[in-house]
Design a protein. Sequence first.
Length: 574
Amino acid sequence: MPVHNQDIAAIFDEIADLLELQQANPFRIRAYRRAAQTVRSQPRELAERVASGRALQDLPGIGDDLAAKIVEILGTGRCAALDKLKRGVPEGLEDLLHLPGLGPARVRLLRRELGITSLARLRAAIEKGRLTEVRGFGPKLQARLAEAIANPVTGKRALRATAARYAASLVAQLQRVEGVETVTVAGSFRRGSDTVGDLDLVVSSRRPAAVMKAFTGYDEVRAVLAAGDTRASVRLASGLQVDLRIVPRASYGAALHYFTGSKAHNIHVRRMGQRRKLKINEYGVFRGREQIAGETEESVFASVGLPFIPPELREDNGEIEAAAGGRLPALVERADLRGDLHVHTSATDGTATLTEMARAARAAGLQYIACTDHSRYLGAYRGLDAGRLAAQLDEIDRLNAAGGRLTILKGIEVDILEDGSLALPDDVLGRLDLVIGAVHGHFGLGRRRQADRLLRALDHPHFSILAHPAARLIGEREPIDVDLERVVRHCAQRGCFLELNAQPQRLDLDDAGCRLAAEHGVLVSIASDAHRPEDFACLEWGVTQARRGWLGAANVLNTLPLARAKELLYRTMS
Ligand code: DGT
Ligand code: CA
Ligand code: CA
């Protein structure tokens, strides 16, 4: 069974939890937490890294001991150290740790005072009012705990890109089952949400039993939560839940539409059906007992007088009205992108040389890229100072002069400092084709100061593109508090652009930000922020996000031919 990064991280987190329960050395606990974090944030599977012979010890926070544990987990799916820890703790005690408001100290207290070692015992104790005897467990906390036990959280939402990895091998497996016609991942995944709560598979097949067997027997399944003749739910070893629905071909479009959602979109479409005396559900579109549509999604939409609506728009955010009025936008597609305006090299924190990155960009079908390594301000990045930047510009001139089908623009990703000034002098920035400015610190400024800071940066004579405007890291760092509309309006005035950073953990601008940009006529740069040759594949995630934000090719800066893009990007004093 393949072991994913997520699985390794989960084991390290569990070890940290158990160590906390045992009041182990805080440094040890932190080491495991940090390792879990490192492993989780790796863009590539550690299994591949180990297979290719690259040392794990190069990763931050991974020493010999943790590296050995990773190798053990990759080889066996288990970790002896975890198994040993588990033997020292009553089964179920760990579950208590995951309840809101319960840290290790409180869990120990509950165990000591009331002998509570499981969710079931805790629930019973709350019902009997016994928790009131324990210090610190007021009525508010008790209510929260009761609520959390009654509605268990299914864990964190997975990044879309992470879920895609798990989905791919499962889908491939199901496609090989005899009698299977189509397998589609529906739900929020198909709508292109940046994160997904679970995966929803819709399979069309004449032989549901065979599909069911393959699904529940899939080697990454850790628990079967429910299984009937045509529907099932499982939890994968990664923690991700997958729901399955098997339908006959005649219902496939209706089921796909239903399970793609969103729920609000479905309800709206169903109501339109009711007005036409139609019943629309996951089995089809019915007039009385007769099925009149449902084999394809198009037929479902047509039954209520609508054209096909792309899944990314199905949030009941005006798409149904737009479709009815013939005003659906033609959404941008990956093939529309001609360039990528945010690319790093090994001159700073990338892994590959400019030549290698250029080769990969060409292989990804691009005509131009902008080399935008980091400015020097942040020591950790080995950022460029004026001298090293000059050397890089010479290299770009040489590569461009050598001909070839890819043009490299001269750029930089310069830090926007706390006061909105840029981290390199004007005369240096003025030599470049474009200047990307980015917030990499001082995330916590108040709403007003944050906007003032960004506006001041946009006022800079050479500023071209505001990178990852909200500076969020999904699941890790909240977006900065800023009035985005003010920023967008200022971009429009200044002739600046906004980036949609396509890294799976950023996807920043978000969908609402994209709509705002389009409303104000600000072009969006869908950029990979590539640090590795493989990262150009991220453009796909960015395009999906842009589509969720209703963007067409005309709203996207890097769909323009090179000459026009260059013209718009180069900013002189004004
Ligand atoms: P998620 O999993 O939280 O990222 O979001 P979804 O949208 O994938 O939600 P999920 O997995 O609960 O359900 C998948 C789809 O099934 C959902 O988008 C619409 C449909 N659906 C689920 N429950 C209902 C319901 O009560 N009514 C209707 N009309 N549709 C539903
Ligand atoms: Ca889902
Ligand atoms: Ca679901």
